[in-house]
Write a protein that binds this ligand. Structure first.
Ligand SMILES: Cc1cc2nc3c(=O)[nH]c(=O)nc-3n(C[C@H](O)[C@H](O)[C@H](O)COP(=O)(O)OP(=O)(O)OC[C@H]3O[C@@H](n4cnc5c(N)ncnc54)[C@H](O)[C@@H]3O)c2cc1C
Length: 281
């Protein structure tokens, strides 16, 4: 049961409270309170971050900054108004329901560090840097997330924001496979960004959710694809390579064999969709 509730207003106040009380931070609470209710987190102290005086969502140089407490709904509005990283919309609109998007935050998603987290996947694709206070550390998201639910934070630290690269002229594909469309953790997901020139790959970023203990992205494989001609053979090769790299588990949602087949099929489906072939569901 929650006995202590705090509302810090400054970075130092928040940091000191976290260190002293060992309480859990909450922004939207859409992960935290589910876990408290399920008993997977046991604490009597929560620290509400929503009263912190923080920066707003903003563009700084070629980066999109998303601060602590910014909700998915606010991010969608910003993307639309500023016509920036529109590809993110394809991911954000699939998260939960309007109620969840009005409360839940990208920073909460990353701090929760689930391999099924949709914004975790987005942050891998956009080479996100995680900004940590009060130490002003900055870590690439792939180093910040250490494993399912494990993050690189010291006892006095918290996530202050995330910086995403701003990308232009990319083709984009995102698909999340689940038993229902909303309100459910995905069985597997794929996000793919591709920049082409003269039908050859100039840049490609591929990330999978829920098919390994972490978001699966292989930058060496991506580098080996640069300069290759875009065709079905190439995507069959990508599909087979990622199938080898994936290490899914069997759980109540799906078997590992099914997840492995999804890795392959999602890559082929992405190719067919991006390069305008008709795809039957
Ligand atoms: C019905 C429902 C549907 C959902 N659908 C989806 C979905 O489709 N896709 C998806 O990815 N997720 C989904 N979720 C999960 C959740 O909504 C998201 O992960 C959301 O982004 C969490 O953000 P939050 O602000 O609510 O986090 P919170 O619950 O406030 O925090 C999450 C965790 O991070 C910690 N934390 C919070 N802020 C910080 C910080 N600044 N620094 C360090 N640690 C911090 C908290 O202590 C907690 O452990 C769903 C949840 C529900 C209940």
């Amino acid at each position: 049961m929650i006995k202590n509730y705090f509302r810090p207003k400054t970075i130092d106040e928040l940091s000191e409270l976290k260190l002293k009380t060992k309480g859990y931070l909450f922004s939207g609470g859409t992960d935290l309170f589910v876990k408290l209710r399920a008993g997977t987190i046991d604490t009597d102290t929560v620290i509400d971050t929503k009263y912190l005086n923080s920066r707003k969502i903003e563009i700084t140089g070629n980066k999109l900054f998303i601060p602590i407490n910014a909700t998915y709904s606010e991010l969608r509005m910003f993307i639309k108004q500023n016509n920036v990283n529109n590809m993110l919309e394809n991911i954000v609109k699939t998260i939960g329901s309007p109620m969840i998007r009005n409360r839940g935050t990208p920073v909460g998603n990353i701090s929760n560090a689930s391999p099924a987290g949709d914004f975790v996947l987005a942050s891998y694709l956009f080479n996100a840097q995680v900004i940590i206070e009060p130490t002003s550390r900055k870590l690439p998201v792939k180093n910040f997330i250490k494993g399912p639910g494990k993050i690189d934070l010291r006892e006095n630290e918290f996530v202050y924001g995330i910086e995403l690269e701003i990308l232009n002229d990319y083709k984009f594909y995102f698909e999340k496979v689940g038993r229902r469309n909303a309100m459910i953790i995905s069985i597997a997901s794929l996000g793919l960004l591709l920049k082409e020139k003269d039908n050859k790959i100039k840049d490609i970023r591929i990330a999978f959710g829920s098919v390994a203990p972490y978001i699966l992205r292989d930058e060496n494989l991506e580098k080996s694809l640069i300069g290759e001609t875009i065709n079905e053979e190439l995507f069959k090769h990508i599909a087979i390579e990622y199938q080898k790299l994936s290490s899914p588990i069997t759980d109540v949602r799906a078997t590992k064999e099914y997840r492995k087949s999804l890795v392959h099929n999602l890559v082929i489906k992405a190719y067919n969709n991006l390069f305008e072939k008709v795809v039957k569901e």
